[in-house]
Design a binder for this molecule. Structure first.
Ligand SMILES: C[S@@+](CC[C@H](N)C(=O)[O-])C[C@H]1O[C@@H](n2cnc3c(N)ncnc32)[C@H](O)[C@@H]1O
Length: 238
C-alpha cells in the first residue's frame, strides 16, 4: 500500500467523505452578525504543517481539551466557563451549532475557546503527538443502519489519531444512548492497545460523569423514550 492510500483522510485512496448536515434553518440576524464579526478571530485555519494547539490561545493554556461534534455547545461552554485557564478546541460542522457556540462565547466572554468548522479528523491529523489533555465525543451521530455504520465517527483511523494526539494518562470520554454504537466503540477500542477502558462494571457505564449535565441530544433521546445512556471513559496509556 502506498503512503497516499494509507493517509487517514483517505478511504481506499479517495478523500474521506463527510455525511452529516452542515446547515439547517436560516441563522437569525444576531447569529449572522456573530459569524461575521466574531468567528474570524476564533476559527481555526489549518496550516500546511502541524498545528501546535497551544499557539491558538492568547493566554498560556494550562491544559488543552478537544470536543468533537459539540452540537449546541452546552457541554463545551460549561467546561470553558469553569476552567478559564484551559484552552478548549471545539469541532462542529453544523452552522446552527456553531452559531449557538458563538453566542455562548460572546455572552460568557470565553477567551479560551477556538472553533474548527470542518470534519474533526482534518484537525486531528494536524495535531502533534501527545498535545491534548482530554477529548470528548458526546452522542455522535449514531448512523443506525448497518450499511451506514462506516459513517460513524469512531473507526480504527479516528481512534488511532486520538490515541496519537492524547497525552499519556489523558482521558477520552465517549457517550451514547445507542447500545449498538456503545458496543461498536468498545469493540474498536479493544483493538487499539493505547487505550484502556476504565469501566469496571455495567453499573458504572450507565452512571453519568461527575458534574454531568445532559446535552441537548441526550435530552432529546430521553423525550423520545431512550432513557439509558452509556458514559464510557478511556485512558490513554503511557
Ligand atoms: C447527534 S449530534 C450531538 C451533539 C452534542 N454532542 C450533543 O450531545 O447534544 C452530533 C454532532 O456531531 C457533529 N459532527 C458529526 N460528524 C462530525 C465531524 N466529523 N466533525 C465535527 N463534527 C461532527 C454533527 O454536526 C452534530 O452536530
Amino acid at each position: 500500500m502506498t503512503d497516499k492510500l494509507r493517509h487517514p483522510l483517505t478511504v481506499n485512496g479517495e478523500p474521506r467523505a463527510f455525511f452529516g448536515r452542515r446547515s439547517g434553518k436560516r441563522l437569525h440576524k444576531g447569529q449572522d452578525r456573530l459569524f461575521r464579526d466574531k468567528l474570524p478571530a476564533l476559527e481555526i485555519k489549518l496550516p500546511s504543517g502541524p498545528l501546535d494547539p497551544r499557539t491558538l490561545f492568547q493566554m498560556p493554556a494550562m491544559r488543552i481539551e478537544l470536543e468533537i461534534g459539540y452540537g449546541g455547545g452546552e457541554h463545551l461552554a460549561r467546561l470553558a466557563r469553569s476552567h478559564r485557564d484551559t484552552g478548549f478546541v471545539g469541532c462542529e460542522v453544523f452552522s446552527g451549532g456553531v452559531a449557538k457556540m458563538l453566542e455562548a462565547i460572546d455572552q460568557n466572554d470565553l477567551g479560551n475557546v477556538r472553533l474548527f468548522t470542518d470534519d474533526a479528523l482534518k484537525l486531528l491529523v494536524k495535531l502533534p503527538d501527545a498535545s491534548l489533555d482530554a477529548a470528548y465525543l458526546l452522542y455522535p451521530d449514531p448512523w443506525p443502519k448497518t450499511r451506514h455504520h462506516k459513517r460513524r465517527f469512531v473507526s480504527p483511523t479516528t481512534l488511532a489519531e486520538l490515541a496519537r494526539v492524547l497525552k499519556p494518562g489523558a482521558i477520552f470520554r465517549f457517550a451514547t444512548d445507542i447500545e449498538d454504537y456503545a458496543n461498536w466503540t468498545l469493540a474498536h477500542i479493544l483493538r487499539e492497545p493505547r487505550f484502556r477502558f476504565l469501566g469496571a462494571s455495567p453499573g458504572e457505564w450507565h452512571t453519568p460523569y461527575p458534574g454531568w449535565e445532559p446535552t441537548r441530544y441526550e435530552e432529546k433521546a430521553r423525550l423520545e423514550g431512550r432513557h439509558v445512556s452509556f458514559y464510557f471513559q478511556f485512558e490513554r496509556l503511557a
